[in-house]
Structure formats: C-alpha cells, structure tokens
Design a protein around this ligand. Structure first.
Ligand code: ADP
Length: 295
C-alpha cells in the first residue's frame, strides 16, 4: 500500500489579457477551480494506477475542502487521515495572461496544520510499503513522516518541490529522490541533470530526475545513470505530470517491478496525463497505462 503525506489545494485560475498592476482592476476571460496540491495529486495518481492509497493531510471546513475530499474518495483513496481543520482550505490564486505568463499566490490554509503526526497517521505509515512526501506542507510534519517510515522499514519517496534546502535528516531517510530538472539543479548546484543526479547520490541511494518531454534520468549508487525517453505525445496540459509520474512509479515499484520497467510504466502514465487537459482529472487509470504500453 502507498501512504501519501502532503498538501491538498484548490487552484483558482483566472485568465486575463494582461495581468493587473497594483491598484488596477481588469476583466478576465475565464475562471476555473482545479483541485490539486502535490500530495493530493500523487494520491490520486497512485490510486488510479491501481495502488491501495491512504492520504495524510488536511483540508478546511469550507466548500473547497469538501470538494478536495470528494476528489480523493472518488479515486478510491482512503481519507481517514485527511483532517478537516477549522479554517480555510489551502488555495493557489493563479492569474494567467495571454502570453502564457502567470503570477501565483499560495495560501497554505489547512495545510499548515500538517506539522505533526497523530497516532493514527503513524499507524497508516507503518502499514504502508511506500510513503510519498513532497514539500508543500510544513517541514516538521514531513520529517516526522520520514522518521516514522524509517522506523518501520517503509520506503520513502521524496519529491523535493517546491525547491528548498533540505535538512540532512530528511535526505538520510529518503530512499528515492524525484526532483525535476530545476529542483535537481537547485539541490545540487549544477544545472547538468546527469551531474546533478550523480552529485545527489552522495545523499540518497537512488535519484530520478524528470526532464519533461525529454523523459527522465535514473541514477543509483554503483551504476551508470540511465536515460529513459518519454513517449512522444502532443502536450495539451503538463500540469501534474510529475505527480502522475511519481504516483505510478510508486505503485509499480511496490508491486516489485524492476526499476527499468517501472520507469517505462510511469513515463507512459505521465505522457497520458499530458495528452489531456486537467490536473488530477487527466491522470490515467491502470488499464489505460497498460493498454498504452501494449500498442
Ligand atoms: P514536473 O511536472 O514536476 O515539472 P516534468 O515536467 O519533468 O515534471 O515531467 C514529469 C514527467 O512527465 C517526465 O519525466 C515525463 O515522463 C512526463 N512528461 C512531462 N512532459 C511531457 C511531454 N511533453 N511529453 C511526454 N511526457 C512528458
């Protein structure tokens, strides 16, 4: 089983010809609410990929919280570990202009409450084979999750996003680190993905650097880094491609598949999500991933 400790957010996306300056009001052309947050996205991705998934996190006592919970339960994710706090759900206020540029305000809201584990959370992690962590919830909670996983022999997969300096203890408890190109560069101080991956092996035993349409790069101690190409697809929306990749990878590895096969399967899952519009709504189901690889 897969446990996910992380964020749940509602993205509030407004489209405008030109972003407003301070004091200015502009008329937008469209508005969407998109359920997201890296934690919730990885949970939905893993569940659709066929995993038994439990989510540890928090939503607010508002309509966004209700919807975020429903998105998870609809995907088959166990939400007993998803608390409802008194305040607002986490939100991301995104303004997209005609040139495709965006400005974003993230308000953590309920996610700020995921700073410590309950006894129930510890039991959920201990019962899992893999724990998925990201950095959109407070670091003390992430660390507590990693520590608990370590203590119970649960494999820790860390997506180091948003990029930030990581405490040694978190890296020491991480089995697999999955940064994208930018995060790998920020963590290692080198922009060449291959050199970055090799540098990160001094801190963790396995690294997968995702490279967007260029696929990914897998590095493990004692072996040469391997590139895995991404299937060529017409990209409609790359939102949550990385989360889809991580969710599917965790499921495949949890089933005992070799890394090369698991990476190919995760790449297929991510490519399928990129072909369709939407964040978690675009994530493929297990049979779609299998069918895509068969053709
Ligand atoms: P993130 O979304 O976290 O920034 P990436 O952009 O590196 O991460 O994408 C994660 C994975 O999703 C890639 O390794 C690749 O497998 C897949 N992917 C992303 N963009 C594309 C694309 N345009 N075509 C095919 N696969 C893609």
């Amino acid at each position: 089983a897969v446990a996910v400790l992380g964020s749940a957010n509602m993205d509030l996306v407004a489209y405008v010809p030109t972003a407003p300056r301070r004091g200015e009001t502009v008329t937008g052309t469209a508005f969407h609410t998109v359920p997201g947050g890296k934690g919730a996205n990885q949970a939905v991705a893993a569940a659709r990929a066929g995993g038994a998934v439990t989510m540890i996190g928090a939503v607010g006592a508002d309509a966004f919280g209700t919807r975020l919970r429903t998105v998870l339960t609809d995907a088959g994710v166990d939400t007993d570990g998803l608390r409802t706090t008194g305040g607002a759900s986490g939100t991301a206020h995104i303004v997209v202009d005609d040139a495709g540029g965006n400005s974003i305000v993230v308000v953590p809201g309920a996610n700020a409450a995921v700073d410590a584990l309950t006894g129930g959370d510890e039991a959920r992690i201990a019962a899992a084979g893999t724990l998925l962590l990201q950095l959109e919830t407070p670091l003390p909670g992430v660390l507590a999750g990693a520590r608990t996983a370590r203590a119970h022999g649960v494999r820790v997969v860390l997506t180091p996003a948003p990029a930030r300096q990581l405490p040694d203890e978190l890296l020491a408890a991480t089995d697999l680190l999955v940064p994208n190109e930018h995060e790998a560069a920020a963590l290692s101080g080198t922009s060449d993905p291959e050199r970055a991956a090799v540098a990160l092996l001094s801190a963790v035993p396995e690294v997968v650097v995702t490279l967007g349409a260029a696929g990914c790069l897998y590095a493990a101690r004692g072996a040469d880094p391997v590139r895995v190409p991404a299937p060529r697809v017409r990209a409609a929306d790359t939102t949550a491609a990385g989360d889809t990749f991580v969710g599917a990878l965790a499921v495949a590895r949890g089933e005992g598949r070799p890394m090369a096969a698991a990476l190919a399967w995760a790449s297929a899952a991510a490519a399928l999500s990129v072909r369709r519009e939407g964040a978690s709504a675009s994530m493929p189901y297990r049979r779609e991933i299998d069918a895509y690889l068969d053709t």
